[in-house]
Design a protein around this ligand. Sequence first.
Ligand code: PAF
Length: 296
Amino acid sequence: MTGETTSTADPVASAPGLVGTIAGIREAVAAHRRDGRTVALVPTMGALHDGHLALVRRAREIADVVVVSIFVNPLQFGAGEDLDRYPRTLESDLAALGRDGVELVFAPTAAEMYPAGEVETRVTAGHVGTLYEGASRPGHFDGVLTVVSKLFHIVQPDHALFGQKDAQQVFLVQRMVRDLDLPVRVEVVPTVREPDGLAMSSRNRYLDAEQRRIALALSESLAAAESAAADGLDEVLAEAAGAFGDHDGIELDYLVVVDPETFLPVVEGAAGPARVLVAARVGATRLIDNGLITLG
Ligand code: PAF
């Protein structure tokens, strides 16, 4: 891979242009813009699954050119997290993106994105960035927002697409776009699930067969929360937590019901739309999920 736009040798698909440098992707996007085309960016860390491909397909509907970034961002991983073992599957990612007609893949190295190593200048995610995922993974959302804002500045897309599965990330990205007046429209695409309900995630591939079965507690807890929603917050929390009682080998990290507008926890007696957030550890693998309910 070079700074130039190159093609991979996939005989079936029309391979996307693979670009490794910031200058190269700017040039490639500028060429499309000169021809009057609109651009959508789908930021990813690779290890693509159908959830990512749903973002790509939606991007294709709303823009002329789709750019997918593939970058395992070291800034959003804490000490002891899975940065080194995070799955890197560039060849199969490119083949999948080629089949979906993606024009450009931006896959920089860490040295390209952070030539000075640790960056001093970062976007801070504020108080909400320290809650839930942020409490378990300190600094995670500062790392996410920093790389997302870099990608926005590099690609300058008209649209950027994110998956609802990472609900807190979506909330924080949307707020960053508002707070910093970034000229991009963020579109959120519903979570894609396996037939049995498990939310698709690149980390699912860490699970062995037994862990894969146990991991269903997350989606089961959301279903339980939805069934109890008319009875109020306390019932929702009790029923949703109950889904974990039946499983050994899974450790609940947090289960919380938040106001979708503020992302702060709702209190007993609240009524109307609310989002249930759940995170659990299955062996060494941390999984998250969420769902919208209407509290009665
Ligand atoms: O959701 C992800 O895969 C990552 O957090 C993102 C948005 C690509 C930033 O690294």
